[in-house]
Design a binder for this molecule. Structure first.
Ligand code: PMP
Length: 398
């Protein structure tokens, strides 16, 4: 007998499950376009040169515990990286804590919302979104709902639907908004649309929760990519942001990120920080050292920062290049349908519009792994496999 006979088998994670299947596949032709992690031109994981250099400098750094809220300098630099010139003295009414990457920052932020925003506050998540958003809300005991976002007909933004859903939501709702490079669709609002979103959110007293997993990764320009967060800050919102250094610094497994909350009033900041620290203390006591030290080292050294910016341009540039090559390869094969969205979408992913049966053909017949939703991580493609990919799409679609 066991105490655990009634533990139900949980579903496999829709993203990580596909990568497990990829790893188990022994076919030499296999291609992984499932997981959102950068691969270089040879399909290999990439350690950024600026990180490598910082790592050399950090060799032998003490392994002592960090403060509960992390490295103070890291927190300052993180807020500055995201909010840039829009900070302009507002740092006094902001609180930042180091977090276990973007996921951890979201989690602490959502728990804070459950505890300190009015009972019944609903967290709105784009349809579709990164699947973990709903999990995080559910496990944190807060109700989540969806707002319209993607229009399968245009393979672009359903802007009208999004605005209507914002208007229909109860006043004071939280809206999780992707800073840029929306996952999984690769569809972002234009700057003009962000301004309308800010107007409506203002009218409704909604609270932006910016999920910032790809700053610098969409356009290759850190400031351009931060437009939406800076807009909301400039418009005077009280708001949340969860930053991840997984993609833009390639620090995936180092679990490096930050949560920032902006208030209207400076005097509440010490109290907010005290509560965040109590939650962190009870969950994991203090954050890990290494990734935050790497980011701090790079961001506090102008030369390493310049190298980082250059590498971000290279990574995002390669992905844009892959988009164009995939489109060209599909056009060359006269694959039925319009595939322009592949170059119009931005960031690491393209929402191809492939149906589940078509995805199954790619996976089962061609050993090309992608999500059931048709999401392809372009980082997994390169000059060696783009033709193979396009052949497979042609077969699946015709
Ligand atoms: N939000 C979004 C939209 C993401 O795509 C990711 C990474 N897949 C994250 C948050 C957080 O990832 P991490 O916890 O690795 O920083």
């Amino acid at each position: 007998p066991t105490l655990f006979a009634n533990v139900p088998l949980g579903p496999v994670d829709p993203i990580l499950g596909v990568s497990t299947a990829f790893k188990a596949d022994t076919d030499p032709r296999k291609v992984d376009t499932s997981v959102g992690a950068y691969r270089d031109e040879n399909g290999k994981p990439y350690v950024l040169k600026c990180v490598y250099e910082a790592e050399k400098r950090l060799l032998g750094a003490p392994k002592e515990y960090l403060p509960i809220d992390g490295i103070p300098e890291f927190n300052k630099l993180s807020a500055k990286l995201l909010y840039g010139d829009a900070m302009n003295g507002k740092e006094k009414r902001m609180v930042t804590v180091q977090a276990l990457s973007g996921t951890g920052a979201l989690r602490i932020g959502i728990i804070f919302i459950r505890k300190y925003l009015p009972a019944g506050t609903v967290v709105y998540i784009s349809r579709p979104s990164w699947t973990n958003h709903h999990n995080i809300c559910k496990e944190s005991g807060i109700q989540s709902a969806e707002y319209a976002y993607y229009d399968p007909k245009t393979k672009g933004l359903d802007f009208t639907g999004m605005i209507n859903d914002m208007k229909a939501a109860p006043n004071g709702s939280v809206f999780v908004l992707h800073l840029c490079a929306h996952n999984p669709t690769g569809v972002d609002p234009t700057h003009e649309q962000w301004n309308v979103i800010a107007d409506v959110m203002r009218e409704k007293n909604h609270i932006p929760f910016m999920d910032c997993a790809y700053q610098g990764y969409a356009s290759g320009d850190l400031d351009y990519d931060a437009y939406s967060a800076r807009l909301f800050l400039n418009r005077g919102f009280e708001m949340f942001s969860a930053q991840s250094y997984s993609k833009n610094f390639g620090l995936y497994g180092e679990r490096t990120g930050a949560l920032t909350i902006v208030s209207h009033r400076e005097d509440v900041i010490p109290k907010m920080l005290s509560q965040l620290k109590m939650d962190i203390r009870a969950m994991y006591s203090s954050p890990p050292t290494h990734g935050a030290r790497l980011v701090t080292t790079v961001l506090s050294d102008p030369e390493l920062t310049a190298l980082w910016v250059k590498e971000l341009k290279e990574m995002s540039g390669r992905i844009k290049d892959v988009r164009q090559k995939v489109l060209d390869a599909l056009i060359a094969r006269k694959v039925p349908g319009n595939w322009e969205h592949i170059v119009n979408q931005i960031g690491m992913f393209t929402y191809t519009g492939l149906t589940k049966p078509q995805v199954d053909i790619l996976v089962n017949k061609y050993h090309i792994y992608l999500l059931g939703s048709g999401r392809v991580s372009l980082a997994g493609l390169n000059n060696k496999n783009i033709d193979y990919f396009a052949d497979a799409v042609l077969d699946a679609v015709t």
